[in-house]
Design a protein around this ligand. Structure first.
Ligand code: HEM
Ligand code: HEM
Length: 236
């Protein structure tokens, strides 16, 4: 039976009319005939051409659905763990959730705090209630702190699960994350130096407000491109 290396398997992804293969527990199956794997994408989430053993844990069905399809080969085993630094290899083997989950678990914090900075600033401008402006400032501080957590876990998951490959979403995420960090620090220092920058609204306040609005836009784009890697949009 044919033995597939991971990069060989990746070619059987259903793109450009290629056959659609998936690997499960070391066996490679041909699911080209399945309507549910059209163009190599299953449930708008799982991509053919990969080892999907771990992904099946989240599925509403068992492995018997895979066994409906012919086995066409076996997947060549690569001992990935051995190439990892010892503490990371140990921890990811002992606690498998540490491999993929830290980034999705932590990115909600910078997202919500950056959004809240914009929302509470606008609420202040619409209502004149000063505590909204103070809340916006506090959220900004939290957004800056949690952005570092997002960056750390992002670089970790990119290195661990994507071999630090310069994929398009990452090419956009990294510089934009840094721009968002610099922008948020500028706003924070500005607000400390001039606490009434929004309260006594003047010419420069418009620039301050534009920067505050830009946080929500940037965090949306960063999140969107991140999610495009975990939840690919189906192409027609
Ligand atoms: C969030 C994860 C998933 C969801 C929501 C999902 C959902 C479904 C549903 C609703 C079906 C039809 C059920 C049936 O025919 O009995 C199906 C079939 C199937 N699924 Fe999944 N699935 C998921 C993950 C996976 C993964 C990770 C694999 C591969 C390891 C997989 C392989 C298959 C196969 C081979 C079929 C049979 C397709 C056919 O008969 O045409 N699924 N899936
Ligand atoms: C520069 C540092 C960053 C890098 C290298 C990076 C890289 C990645 C990678 C590789 C993924 C895919 C994860 C997977 O497939 O499991 C991802 C997902 C994601 N990233 Fe980042 N990221 C970074 C910073 C951030 C920041 C600061 C945010 C938010 C403020 C963010 C939001 C997201 C979101 C929402 C997802 C999707 C998570 C999911 O679908 O569950 N990322 N990122």
């Amino acid at each position: 039976m044919k033995e597939f290396k991971a990069d060989e398997l990746a070619e059987y992804n259903g793109e450009n009319g290629n056959p659609i293969y998936i690997a499960y527990h070391g066996k490679v199956y041909d699911v080209s005939e399945s309507k549910l794997w059209r163009k190599g994408l299953h449930m708008k989430r799982h991509r053919a051409g990969h080892d999907l053993t771990n992904d099946l844990q989240a599925a509403p069905h068992e492995e018997d659905v895979i066994q409906r399809y012919p086995q066409v080969g076996i997947l060549k085993k690569v001992d990935d763990e051995r190439q990892l630094p010892q503490p990371i290899a140990f921890l990811t083997a002992r606690f498998p959730f540490l491999r993929r989950h830290p980034h999705p678990m932590t990115v909600h914090f910078p997202i919500v705090f950056m959004f809240s900075t914009t929302v509470f600033s606008l609420l202040y401008l619409f209502t004149g209630e000063k505590s909204f402006e103070t809340t916006a400032f506090h959220c900004l501080g939290a957004g800056i702190l949690f952005n570092f957590v997002g960056i750390t876990t992002g670089i970790y998951t990119w290195w661990l699960n994507y071999m630090a490959k310069m994929l398009r979403p990452v090419k956009i995420k990294i510089p934009l994350t840094l721009v968002m960090l610099v922008t948020s620090v500028i706003i924070f220092i500005w607000r400390i130096s001039v606490p009434d920058i929004l309260i006594n609204f003047r010419g420069l306040s418009v620039l301050y407000l534009v920067l505050v609005l830009s946080l929500s836009i940037m965090v949306t784009i960063i999140g969107w491109f991140g999610a495009s890697m975990t939840f690919p949009v189906e192409k027609d």
